[in-house]
Design a protein around this ligand. Structure first.
Ligand SMILES: [Zn+2]
Length: 168
């Protein structure tokens, strides 16, 4: 089937991102006598549920960055940490180390000394996700970060792997 082939050809995750685009392409073809809603429904029915769920659940929000008085405020910091299922203290420690700047948590907000751009903060959070959230074995994000003595591990709830990571 057309969508199944497309999903296989370009990879499921990319397919989700491009589903609407391909629907528009399909609509312009005479082979597809469906309207937009029908096509959308068909396309999503063909997607494996697990992939859809993972992508939806794992949308890391943009950091809401405000710079004021030579300080940088990430206003939705706690929310980001909740979605990553990580202790805000650990995420902040990582962020501060990467930024080489001091900072504190104030409620839901991370306050960092100095002026840091949203772009820089985003790239550090992306790196954190890659190195400390995603399971290196199966690439799923359903993991926890466990500290044992001086070691740190990503423990994966999907495949059960326990992978050592550089301690934060
Ligand atoms: Zn895994």
């Amino acid at each position: 089937m057309f969508y199944k082939d497309l999903a296989n050809d370009i990879g499921e995750e990319k397919f989700i991102g491009n589903a609407e685009f391909y629907i528009l392409v399909a609509m312009s073809s005479k082979e597809f006598p469906y309207n937009y809603e029908e096509l959308l429904e068909r396309a999503y029915k063909l997607l494996p549920k697990k992939v859809t769920v993972r992508v939806e659940r794992f949308k890391v929000p943009r950091p809401e960055v405000v710079i004021s008085g030579k300080r940088t405020f990430i206003q939705n910091f706690k929310q980001i940490c909740d979605i990553l299922n990580r202790d805000p203290k650990i995420v902040l420690r990582y962020l501060l180390r990467e930024l080489a700047a001091p900072g504190v948590l104030e409620g839901n907000t991370a306050v960092i000394m100095g002026e840091k751009s949203e772009r820089v903060i985003r790239s550090i959070i992306d790196r954190f996700v890659k190195d400390y959230v995603i399971c290196p074995v199966c690439k799923q994000p359903d993991t926890s970060l466990v500290k044992e003595k001086k070691m740190m591990f990503i423990v994966c709830m999907a495949c059960g792997a326990k992978s050592a990571v550089r301690p934060i």
